[in-house]
Ligand binder design. Structure first.
Ligand code: NDP
Length: 250
């Protein structure tokens, strides 16, 4: 059993590594999806990569939820996490139209490490440092966080759905996404994901949830700039007024 202070120190170090990863990702595009390229070692089918990457996040929180988590509030947080990762692990990989595409094992292994740490820290905290009680359900951060989590989830799901359906089942290329928040920004799926985990961090109000938010932003913000630039480079008719992540601003 580790002490709370130790858990916080691990979160601090892990968050700093997340910031380091953010800086690194400014120079190196994570080689999956449109940035896949040779030189990153053996590759496996894309959808198997997604299942393997996301599975630890589902299983670890499920383990803590099933065996240790006590309070209703911590259970609610675990169930929201499991809802997200059930989709990401068991549904999303079978919906994407990338059947003949591959991803490097390096990406899969690094994402497994990322998910192992983040789910481990969050699950451990909810299991062994659970100080939540019914009053938490009346706090401002619960209401604000739940609204943001649900809004983010909807934006992420709708945007991923639109992106997936840009291709016919056997197509492999890229098109300009249209409709919904794509009319304003290039990456509403990432916006939704970030808002969702801001909501989770508000509800959870603990260091591990903040750490996961830092890592999510560290992964996704460089990808936002990459995608936005990529669209502008590849499509001459890409809408000029479309921003990257925040309508009218960035
Ligand atoms: P992308 O937006 O790069 O791709 C999503 C899917 O849509 C892929 O199957 C992609 O195909 C396809 N696609 C995207 N753009 C187009 C287009 N213009 N034309 C045709 N097809 C397109 O998202 P990611 O793959 O990076 O991420 C998927 C999900 O995982 C997102 O919801 C994201 O928020 C989440 N995620 C969360 C992270 C976290 O740290 N919490 C980290 C990374 C992702 P292809 O693969 O061939 O490009």
């Amino acid at each position: 059993m580790i002490r709370l202070e130790t858990l916080h120190n691990i979160c601090l170090i892990w968050s700093l590594i997340g910031v380091g990863s953010f800086i690194l990702l400014q120079f190196v595009r994570a080689p999956y999806g449109r940035y896949i390229r040779k030189g990153w070692g053996p590759e496996i089918p894309n959808y198997i990569g997604w299942i393997l990457m996301e599975l630890p996040s589902f299983l670890i929180i499920f383990y803590f939820y099933y065996f240790y988590i006590q309070s209703t509030y911590a259970s609610m947080l675990s169930l929201l996490w499991l809802l997200h990762y059930f989709n990401r692990t068991f549904i999303y990989p079978f919906r994407i139209r990338t059947k003949k595409k591959k991803m490097p094992l390096t990406i899969v292994l690094s994402a497994i490490g990322f998910n192992f740490m983040n789910a481990g820290l969050n699950g451990y905290f909810l299991a062994f440092f659970d100080r939540y009680n019914v009053a938490n359900f009346e706090s401002w951060n619960f209401y604000a966080g739940l609204v943001l989590f649900i809004l983010g989830l909807i934006v992420n799901q709708v945007s991923d759905h639109l992106l997936i359906n840009l291709r016919k089942p056997e197509e492999r290329g890229y098109k300009i996404p249209q409709g919904f928040l794509f009319n304003y920004i290039s990456c509403p799926n990432y916006l939704g994901e970030i808002v969702q985990w801001i909501g989770f961090a508000l509800m959870a109000w603990n260091f591990p949830a903040l750490t996961f938010l830092i890592w999510t932003a560290a992964n996704l913000l460089p990808r936002v700039s990459g995608h936005h630039q990529w669209y502008q480079d590849h499509f001459k008719d890409y809408p000029k007024n479309r921003k990257a992540l925040i309508p009218r601003i960035w």
